[in-house]
Design a protein around this ligand. Structure first.
Ligand code: HEC
Ligand code: HEC
Ligand code: HEC
Ligand code: HEC
Ligand code: HEC
Length: 466
């Protein structure tokens, strides 16, 4: 009799379907877990939903399986005792023991099969879950607004995880855990529509954005031309030309330097969820001197929240960029996707975007020209159809009824024409104790080289007018 023989009843009794399933679960989850582990720690960023597998399903399988083994043994012994099959003594535990041989063979086979499956599966699963398609399309209708807007943005080649998780272990785990919650929300259909912004558990922007954007580099002036088209029959085109003082190109601190320069930090108190109603703003410069700018009609700050300013307070839409009808149609006209030669096309397109559904746009636009501009309708049929397709595309990439996303649902904080943006603070009323105000002077943030002019001289001087 050797010492292992005490285990003999266990081996004998574990020969039942419940315990064997348990063994299978335990070996499977162990093997898969071991394979997924390097993906978890090795890669810089891994998709949160992989965490569901690693942190939820596999441990669940492991512990569930572990519990099934003794439960199976217990039920088996009860059954055998009842039916009188229960042996008076158990055979010694060596390889002649059929129960042990069968159990060992089972474990070896299951592990072997798992090794083959896991090595194939995990490699593809990890790659797939990291991909933009997984993020954007797996939860298709939920994320379709963000995915669509992203595809039309300067970051369309940047993976979702680069901004939504970023480097390092801490946020990695945090995002895994929140990913688990998100999948439940999608499964049980409890997620909010639209997905609310600002995102509260977004990683501080400087830790993600600055893995690619070097603070000193974005320190130059930038020339921008905004093209607009009128509501008149000729869709008269005008241009606004701005030299935006992003950095200290002209000797001053520039926009980035003023808010995020070395040693500078700005805090503000807001009273609403969307961070639009700002109560006071406090700037701390590199010598540690703080200046507080307070609105004159100081509202009660009882439920105000204080936030430290970062990239997000201006660039909250770096990639999920939704357009407004006027601006989207202007851009399509400027790029030629919509022909400016069609009478009233600007006015009509904007009107249709605001009143019709995407699918209704082509017919409505055609009907408009047929009923009101018959000669144009017969001569420029192809141009009308092309314009209709472009207007419909604008609608389809900005309005998502099933997610309750429509024009203006998501606020953009850059600029001040479509949303309050910079003017949330720079409203010329908030003053410091020394009387200094948060300026609204038109030439502080940009030089206004031309404003709503038809063919401004500055553009021909620069050789970029047309
Ligand atoms: C360049 C960085 C960046 C990339 C790449 C990126 N996002 Fe975002 N995303 C953001 C920021 C910043 C916000 C938060 C906006 C806010 O708080 O107002 C956000 C917000 C969201 C939201 C919340 C709803 C909203 O529109 O505010 C969802 C959902 C989302 N992103 C999904 C995705 C998916 C899916 C991808 C990949 C297809 C992706 N993101 C790629 C930066 C990024
Ligand atoms: C993985 C790298 C990466 C990360 C992370 C990243 N960006 Fe970018 N970003 C880029 C690249 C590349 C471009 C240039 C695209 C181009 O010029 O076509 C760009 C362009 C931009 C632009 C200029 C857009 C324009 O109109 O020309 C802004 C603003 C910007 N990023 C802000 C952000 C912010 C804010 C974040 C953090 C939420 C961020 N980026 C995160 C790679 C990144
Ligand atoms: C106070 C508002 C504000 C903050 C805060 C801010 N930016 Fe900007 N940033 C701007 C403006 C305005 C522009 C110019 C936009 C335009 O060209 O229309 C800009 C432009 C950029 C560009 C494009 C530069 C170029 O030359 O193409 C990048 C990249 C960028 N910002 C990244 C960042 C990052 C990263 C952060 C956070 C560390 C940040 N910004 C914080 C206002 C801000
Ligand atoms: C949360 C409040 C807040 C928002 C939003 C904000 N700023 Fe500022 N900004 C400040 C504060 C505070 C100062 C410092 C003013 C001072 O010390 O006189 C400042 C200073 C500046 C300066 C330097 C002014 C000077 O006199 O030299 C520029 C330029 C500027 N901001 C541009 C912008 C632009 C562009 C935006 C929008 C994209 C913006 N700001 C949004 C708070 C804000
Ligand atoms: C606090 C900084 C700031 C101040 C002050 C400011 N602007 Fe701007 N403005 C911006 C920024 C940033 C943009 C670029 C927005 C973008 O990137 O789309 C802009 C864009 C514009 C545009 C083009 C917008 C469009 O979409 O057609 C016009 C026109 C303009 N500003 C006019 C003015 C006038 C007039 C004043 C004076 C009353 C003024 N701005 C004061 C920051 C400022």
């Amino acid at each position: 009799m050797n010492r292992l023989d005490v285990l003999s009843p266990v081996v004998y009794l574990s020969n039942n379907w419940l315990s064997l399933t348990g063994v299978l679960l335990v070996t499977t989850s162990t093997v898969f877990w071991l394979f997924l582990l390097p993906a978890n720690f090795g890669a810089e960023t891994v998709h949160p939903y992989l965490g569901i597998l690693i942190y939820l399903l596999l441990p669940g399988g492991f512990f569930g399986g572990l519990a099934m083994i003794p439960l199976g043994i217990y039920l088996e012994s009860r059954r055998e005792k009842k039916s009188g099959e229960y042996p008076a003594s158990f055979p010694p535990l060596d390889l002649r023991h059929t129960g042990l041989r069968r159990l060992l063979a089972f474990v070896v086979l299951a592990t072997g099969a798992n090794l083959v499956i896991a090595s194939q599966f995990t490699y593809h699963a990890v790659n797939y879950m990291d991909s933009v398609n997984f993020c954007g399309q797996t939860c298709h209708s939920v994320m379709s607004p963000e995915f669509t807007a992203y595809q039309n943005s300067p970051h369309s080649r940047v993976e979702c995880v680069k901004c939504h998780i970023g480097p390092g272990a801490g946020w990695f785990v945090k995002s895994k855990l929140s990913g688990v919650g998100q999948v439940f929300a999608v499964t049980f259909n409890t997620y909010p529509r639209p997905i609310p912004a600002p995102v509260h558990n977004l990683r501080p922007a400087r830790e993600t954005c600055e893995t690619c954007h070097w603070p000193q580099k974005y320190g130059e002036d930038r020339l921008r031309v905004f093209r607009k088209f009128g509501d008149d029959e000729a869709n008269t085109r005008t241009e606004t030309v701005l030299l935006i003082r992003i950095g200290g190109g002209n000797g001053g601190p520039g926009i980035h330097g003023a808010h995020l320069g070395e040693g500078v930090s700005i805090r503000y108190a807001h009273t609403d969820e969307k961070r639009q109603d700002i109560l006071w703003v406090e700037r701390r410069d590199k010598d540690g001197k703080t200046t507080r700018f307070q609105a004159p009609d100081s509202k009660s700050g009882a439920n105000a929240q204080v936030r430290e300013m970062d990239c997000m307070d201006c660039h909250n839409r770096p990639t999920h960029i939704y357009e407004l009808p006027e601006r989207a149609v202007d851009n399509a006209l400027a790029s030629g996707a919509i022909s400016p030669a069609l009478p009233f096309i600007k006015k009509k397109s904007v009107e249709l975007l605001k009143t019709t559904t995407g699918a209704g746009i082509p017919a409505a636009l055609a009907a408009y020209y047929r009923d009101n501009h018959a000669p144009v309708f017969s001569e420029k049929r192809a141009e009308i159809e092309r314009a209709a397709a472009a207007v419909r595309a604008i609608y389809d990439r900005n309005v998502f009824p099933q997610m309750k996303v429509t024009w203006g649902t998501y606020i953009n904080n850059i600029g001040h024409t479509d949303f309050p943006g910079c003017f949330r603070c720079h409203d010329d009323t908030r003053a410091a104790s020394d009387g200094r105000k948060l300026t609204q002077d038109c030439n502080t943030c940009h030089s206004l080289l031309a404003m709503d002019e038809a063919g401004p001289k500055i553009l021909s001087d620069l050789g970029i007018g047309k």
